[in-house]
Design a protein. Sequence first.
Length: 75
Amino acid sequence: MSPVPMDHHEKMRLRAAAFRVTRLYPGPVGEVLSRELLTWEEFGYRLGGGQLVMRLVDHVLKTPLNADGRDGVAA
């Protein structure tokens, strides 16, 4: 069974989350997560099991940012 390519909406959500995660988690953690999301958008979906990645996308896109551009929970 060959993998089904992601539709345009899913790709845009992944890219938006990849950009936003660097503001939500500044520093190395945000950079690693951003690269992982961009890589998943390009290649990872072919491996299947994207449930964890899409849960991360939901978390990143739903978590509010403070005025300084960071998550209200992380200091």
